[in-house]
Design a protein around this ligand. Sequence first.
Ligand code: TRP
Length: 336
Amino acid sequence: MTSAKARALSGIQPTHDSFHLGNVLGAINQWVALQESHDAFYCVVDLHALTVEVEPALLRKRSLVSFAQLIALGIDPQKSTLFMQSHVPAHNQLGWVMECLTGFGEAGRMTQFKDKSAKNGTDRTVVGLFTYPMLQAADILLYQPQYVPVGEDQRQHIELTRDLSQRFNARFGETFIVPEGYILKSGAKINDLQEPTAKMSKSSASQAGVIEILDTPESNMKKFKSAMTDAGREVKFDEKEKPGISNLLSIHSAISGTSIDAIVSEFDGKGYGDFKGAVGEVVVEYLKPIRARTLELLEDSGELTRLMKAGAEKANAVASETIAKTYEAMGLIARG
Ligand code: TRP
């Protein structure tokens, strides 16, 4: 069962039809590595996805696809606890507790909330977006993890989680482990193929620069062949002068494990066209089995349901213990 390994927890939203290469090389591959050395909990945060407009059929599909992709990418349900957030009611229970611990002004200072609500206006901003960070704090604190592997953009949410856990412990007695962000370093910072100075992102204006792992090999190959390159013709790593080529070098290196220097010498004297084709080849070959495994899992809904259920059971066992402890510490009467 659970060993003396440090615990890690992270979550990903099921808001898109496919993960993209930036998710994989930037975060998920590191989740896969962490499950070897840590007692890892990973969840598809479907409740958080309710803060954007909900299309039921789409949410259902994307939740299943997200879960299947995590397995196809190497999250092993035997090693990690992989589950759907909505399958563990304690997330909502602890979320409420966290809301009652957070100041209104404090929540209003969260930059992601400020940005999104400023963009859409307060009437089109749901309260769930405001309380999103408190639900995220609950996701984390329920499992008492030491580490939360996330991208740089989550730093403020992790800070809030740390503050809330310390606040709770100070008021009601030691209950939560104060987790640390394990900010995933740019070992693989993957940029958009068409706009190579911007992060590859699900929300980028055009999909032409985003490599989706479930897209067909042909379509992905095409995106590589038409990737934006830079002035000059030499394949060389120089993020300032050659952001396009440098991004392609990073992608190749992250997948092939070949050093950037070695790739550069391999393409010495060859043109951008050859290079783009070669990077496309490396990526497409890498994604083929991942895509195939995802599609295979999606065909087998019985297996997916079974895996989800097993994950939810493991997660519930831990979470219900934490929620009982939390309620007790706050003076709520146990049901008995
Ligand atoms: N807010 C995170 C994101 O957008 C997703 C998330 C929700 C999460 N709950 C979490 C990440 C708990 C880590 C831990 O990426």
